[in-house]
Design a protein around this ligand. Structure first.
Ligand SMILES: Nc1ncnc2c1ncn2[C@@H]1O[C@H](COP(=O)(O)OP(=O)(O)O)[C@@H](O)[C@H]1O
Ligand SMILES: [Mg+2]
Length: 364
């Protein structure tokens, strides 16, 4: 089901944790909310769940205005970072528990067979069929996280909410679970809202990403669009690892002036930059768009003399920390590039991929 926020703000006392959020998550979408710690991600998710009430604005799930609806009536399931499994119950019972609970209350009653079918189906999806009779203490961290996921799956919710569910796992397991989650989403095609501070998780999982900073939406876009066209300096440096290089520069008539070096402004950009002439701006270039000039075919390209400072060979690529006068930049070279610390070399910036930010907002 779709989820819609209309002018939603949330205050804790005087402090405004999220400010006037307007967005719509499409039915079946894998929607990621990305932002640094304290940016309002959890608060946003908890408002979808009904665990926090907006100070103002409306929230819709499907066609229904749920702003004043209790959590249990929203047909959502939430998976947290600190999933609490019941230690005395088996994996099976941990997963069945949510369905048995419903029996006492409100919505519908599940027969034993129905519960059994749902638990087995979820266990199969998560590859924990062999673990159903075990207790949580007998499981690895990754398996426990799968059980927590399974508990959400059995409920068949119309929206899944995830709050940094993988952050307690080690890097290898995290990568595995990312793929698993994506597969589950492809299979179920249910709306998933996923909160994380990890840009890699956001990029790899999201159909769309919403970047939050200090409770405000910085940008909402598909991952690759956001990577290539960040709307502001915040998104530019938050998305992508290693980070985009940012240098101070001044836009002059024909060139970008960096102080100890300059770049000619390509013809096709001149018109666009005209109105910004003699502004101090931030120039951005991603590490993969800094190239060894020996590998650049177009001999017309502007070469920039750099001094190689530190090299980090990663096998599939080389991270080279370079100095241009007083400026420092990072380049991601393919492994065939020969670089030695202390030596000088010429690099070329891919001018089709440069970014310029004036007062933090992208002008290019
Ligand atoms: N119950 C609360 N009472 C007071 N302040 C809160 C409460 N919950 C969150 N906040 C504040 O709101 C801001 C956003 O919190 P949160 O949504 O948890 O951020 P995130 O999940 O992005 O780290 C933080 O500054 C946090 O301290
Ligand atoms: Mg949080």
């Amino acid at each position: 089901m779709r989820v819609k926020f209309e002018n939603v703000s949330k205050k804790f006392g005087e402090f405004e944790a999220v400010k006037d959020l307007n967005f719509e998550i499409e039915d079946g979408e894998f929607f990621v909310i990305l932002g640094p710690s304290g940016s309002g991600k959890t608060t946003t998710l908890r408002m979808i769940a009904g665990l926090e009430k907006p100070t103002s604005g409306r929230i819709y799930i499907g066609e229904r205005d749920v702003t004043n609806l209790a959590p249990k009536d929203r047909n959502i399931a939430m998976v947290f970072q600190n999933y609490a499994l019941y230690p005395h119950m088996t994996v099976y019972d941990n997963m069945a528990f949510a369905l048995k609970l419903k029996k006492r209350g409100f919505r519908r009653v599940y027969t034993k067979d129905e519960i059994d079918e749902r638990v087995h189906k979820a266990a199969k999806m998560l590859h924990i069929e062999e673990q159903l009779e075990k207790k949580p203490a007998q499981l690895s961290g990754g398996q426990r996280q799968r059980v927590a996921l399974g508990r959400a799956l059995v409920r068949n919710p119309s929206v899944f909410l995830f709050d940094e569910p993988l952050s307690n796992l080690d890097a290898k397991l995290r990568a595995e679970m990312r793929v698993e989650l994506k597969r589950i989403h492809q299979e179920l095609k249910v709306t998933m809202v996923y909160v994380t501070h990890d840009q890699l998780e956001a990029m790899t999982l999201g159909d769309r990403i919403m970047v939050l900073n200090r409770g405000e939406i910085m940008q909402m876009d598909e991952p690759m669009a956001m990577y290539h066209n960040p709307r502001n300096l915040f998104v530019a440096t938050f998305i992508g690892s290693p980070e985009m290089n940012i240098l101070d520069c001044e836009i002059k008539e024909d060139m970008l002036d960096f102080g100890d070096f300059a770049l000619n402004i390509p013809e096709e950009l001149k018109e666009k930059l005209k109105e910004h002439i003699v502004s101090k701006v931030k120039f951005g270039i991603r590490p993969e768009d800094v190239m060894d000039s020996l590998f650049v075919e177009n001999k017309e390209e502007q070469r920039i003399r750099v001094k190689v400072d530190v090299i980090e060979p990663l096998g599939s690529e080389i991270h080279a920390h370079l100095k241009i006068g007083e400026h420092e930049i990072l380049a991601r070279f393919p492994p065939v590039v020969k670089v030695r610390p202390g030596e000088e070399m010429d690099v070329v910036f891919n001018m089709k991929r440069i970014h310029l930010f004036r007062d933090g907002e992208a002008i290019l």
